[in-house]
Design a binder for this molecule. Sequence first.
Ligand code: VG1
Ligand code: CO
Length: 561
Amino acid sequence: MLTSVKVSSTPFEGQKPGTSGLRKAVKVFSQQHYTENFIQSLLTGGLGESLPGSTLVLGGDGRYFLHEAVEIIVRICAANKVSKLIIGQNGILSTPAVSCMIRKYKTNGGILLTASHNPGGPDADFGIKFNTSNGGPAPDGVTNKIYELSTGIKEYFIVPELKCDIKTIGTQQFDIEGHPFTVEVVDSVSDYLELMKEIFDFDSIKNLICGTGQAPLKILINSMHGVTGPYVSRIFCDELGASAESVVNVIPLNDFGGHHPDPNLTYAADLVEAMKKGAFGLGAAFDGDGDRNMILGEKAFFVTPSDSLAVIANNMDCIPYFRRTGVRGFARSMPTGAAVDRVAAKLQKNMYEVPTGWKYFGNLMDAGQLSLCGEESFGTGSDHIREKDGIWAILAWLSILAVRKQTVEEILKNHWTLYGRNFFTRYDYENCDSEPCNKMMDDLESLMNEPSFIGSTHEFEGKSFIVALADNFSYTDPIDGSISTKQGLRIIFQDGSRIVIRLSGTGSSGATVRLYIDSYESDADKYLLDAQVMLKPLVQIALRISKLRELTGRDEPTVIT
Ligand code: VG1
Ligand code: CO
């Protein structure tokens, strides 16, 4: 029998909820009691009365500090009378896999150890995220409660002697002062793979990749040394017949090989370079925890996430799951390019615009109102789980390619011919000082609130735009009526073009400014032009109105997508 002890503790830093979960540098989590405080607050605040006797899924993306965190969480769960933890072997579970397992095993929730697309290693980031019983990120009400508890915590409960083996698949039973506590270590991939097989036609994708009846589609999948490695090897190589050279960086490393595990044109530059050589028909990369994806066609033809969402929306019948469930509705986060809106209008489906962060989609899905959604930040997903899902997105694209027998580029060009093109770009200014960024946002909001701002004309190199609407985006959840205010400044012009500026809620230090530009073009002669050229006037107008350069001292963004 093991005993639980109460340890006195004091909060030393507010653990504020962000866009999703808690992210800070590893050295913060390593401070005495920091992780313990947070986990105790998470269990008490997140599970409330259902904490004793609860079952939780636990796993992470393999980054540095994962094993220490798992050990602490197991011991604190045991002391708080959790009855069972389902843990991925070696602590490895992708974010989509956790969501899948919470739903499959109907657990009370799950704890995800990841800082997503942020770098890992002893001097880099770590994160803890709580998902509720629907499999999705905890809603604001829950994260606010956890935050409140963490600011006043005085003690936590722990079973310091408890040791469990997370290397070996199997069940371990413990007796904590008469309470049974079970740790079940499971294969990290199996449950997720099973779900993918229910959603997609694996035979048809296999024929596409192996070239049964036509030339094989050569694919190049880059896991960026994140958690998707084992999933990619099992799904694309073992199940779908892709060759070993089709997958790279599939060994999860605790520092992601020193890289930024963020699938965009800057941080996944090696995929871009490899694709440019022209030998592959589809390229893909994922972030550290496997919920984001980037898709490239032959010769590195870039599919923006906003377009990817719209193309999948327009081709839902290529995916067996949607043929079964029907298409309930589409959604995107507010800054995401509005290409999908046009598909929704044509197909007469409901279209929702929600704040940034996946948690807002969950309520709509739970209420049966939403089938497919996405964010410009390389997030695409559906109601099969309650997280965005990188591998799912690639399988969705492969399904479309298999049915339509066209290249990625052809599919995009057809789409633009049908709907016109929404040009989109995002500029990130990472690691800025917080104070000037807050001032910039406040000043801009005041300017936008001046009565003369609506109707004002803004001009750059001969192109001019007239402001039709300007606000700080606010969202009323149509299902539970909860209101989320101040979700980003948006300026909408009379021609429908949009400038959006918001501060990141996921950074682990300083402030990150995100500037988003979305503009619609219906002139077919311009569909193939470069987005940076097309959007330059709006970018310059945004920089001018916001005084971003002057206030942040940054001339150039750190990342452009
Ligand atoms: C960013 C993205 C947002 C995404 C969030 C979590 O948030 O902009 O679209 O949902 O990261 O992604 P922010 O607040 O930094 O802009 V990840 O892959 O955690 O899970
Ligand atoms: Co992620």
